[in-house]
Design a protein around this ligand. Structure first.
Ligand code: OSB
Ligand code: MG
Length: 378
């Protein structure tokens, strides 16, 4: 595949309500979009980096910088070299992965660029993300991630609203001081039948093990990332002291991390976020690894627009994604999405079947939310 040029576009997307986690409060999403233009098609990638380096070391200005300074030039340099023995100096998503490998870290930036190339490649081939990844379902059951609130009654109202909309699983964000009480209140109000899990975003230490063990009474599906991202050994120690299964998010940046976590006994569930692990190819490797080990997996989210959501829904439809994902409907995040909105039907989202992501930004809406664009010609 040849490339005419790559656009970096920034959009500002106000959230319908503030989203508070143990690491901070988001009121709007400042998103970097990558658009790869080829002679045949254009492909989109959404960078999941947030404005500040609080969830991970990456942040959106940093992602834009490393893309324009190093990663995009590496693709351009490759395309400028004469055709090799196979007569093909073109690019595909696999080759993008290899060309970006020398750059350490910056997986969210890599994921955005690789996804844009993959989308262009698949649109050219007339093949959907779901088909490419090996999705085996045409719709996926959806969960919703519920932020930390100012009071328990406010939380109960929010959860009631999501259950009314049809969400099949509720995830409560927790932190020290907001854990046992909200979980107990949600269980008491909505009963033992609902699928319930919690996410600490690394807010505890192993010294909190006895406190976290009190969550065992509430029959949670899992506790996500209780300890710091590099506390793999401590997570294994914690797992021995909890009945609640441990799921890792921040700690898993690659298939190698997932393999280490599984063999250490640091987790029995994996949250797969393509952005965090460098793209959908690595996400698929993690999926396959989990499946081979009988470890449950599910597709996480990073408050994506319809572009990122489309690919996540395809990933969530793979056979090893055995738990409902954080693949919520567009309206859970944004009053107006940049694509046709994803809407819940009976607690499920439909996997797009059109070429590539199967969705495209609506030009007028995209223009309205755009704050900057930059064209890098090849
Ligand atoms: O830890 O899973 C997380 C959002 C931003 C950053 C980290 C996380 C989240 C969520 C929301 O929990 C998931 C979503 O609905 O996109
Ligand atoms: Mg998480």
């Amino acid at each position: 595949m040849k490339i005419n040029g790559i656009e970096l576009r920034r959009i500002a997307m106000p959230l319908v309500a503030p989203f508070r986690t143990s690491f901070g409060t988001e009121t709007r999403r400042d998103v970097l979009l990558v658009r790869v233009v080829t002679p045949q098609a254009e492909g989109w990638g959404e960078c999941v980096a947030m404005s500040e380096p609080l969830y991970s070391p990456e942040y959106v200005d940093g992602a834009a910088d490393v893309l324009r300074r190093f990663m995009i030039p590496a693709l351009r340099a490759r395309l400028a070299t004469p055709a090799d023995a196979d007569g093909d100096a073109g690019l595909d998503a696999n080759l993008v992965g290899r060309l970006l490998e020398p750059f350490r870290g910056h997986r969210m930036a890599k994921a955005a660029l690789e996804t844009a190339v993959l989308d262009a490649e698949l649109r050219t081939a007339g093949r959907s993300f779901g088909s490419y990844l090996g999705a085996t379902r045409d719709r996926v059951p959806c969960g919703v991630s519920v932020g930390i609130m100012n009071s328990v009654p406010e939380l109960l109202d929010a959860v009631a609203g999501y259950l009314d909309e049809g969400y099949i699983r509720i995830k409560l964000k927790i932190e020290p001081g907001w854990d046992l009480d909200p979980v107990r209140a949600v269980r008491e109000r909505f009963g033992d039948g609902m699928l319930l899990q919690v996410d600490a975003n690394a807010a505890y230490t192993l010294a909190d093990a006895n406190h976290l063990a009190k969550l065992d009474d509430f029959d949670l599906l899992l506790i996500e990332q209780p300890l710091a991202e590099d506390d793999m050994v401590q997570h294994a120690a914690l797992a021995k002291r909890l009945r609640t299964p441990i799921c890792l998010d921040e700690s898993i940046e690659s298939a190698a991390h997932a393999a280490a976590a599984i063999s250490l006994g640091a987790c029995s569930v994996v949250n797969i976020k393509p952005g965090r692990v460098g793209g959908y190819l690595e996400a698929r490797r993690i999926h396959d690894l989990c499946r081979a080990h009988g470890v449950a997996a599910w597709c996480g989210g990073m408050l994506e627009t319809g572009l990122g959501r489309a690919a996540n829904v395809a990933l969530a439809a793979m056979p090893g994604c055995t738990l409902p994902g954080d693949t919520s409907a567009s309206r859970r995040y944004f009053a107006t999405d940049i694509t046709e909105p994803f809407e819940l039907q009976d607690g499920h989202l439909t996997v797009p079947t059109g070429p590539g992501l199967g969705v495209t930004p609506i030009p007028e809406i995209l223009e309205q939310v755009t704050t900057a664009t930059e064209w890098i010609a090849f």
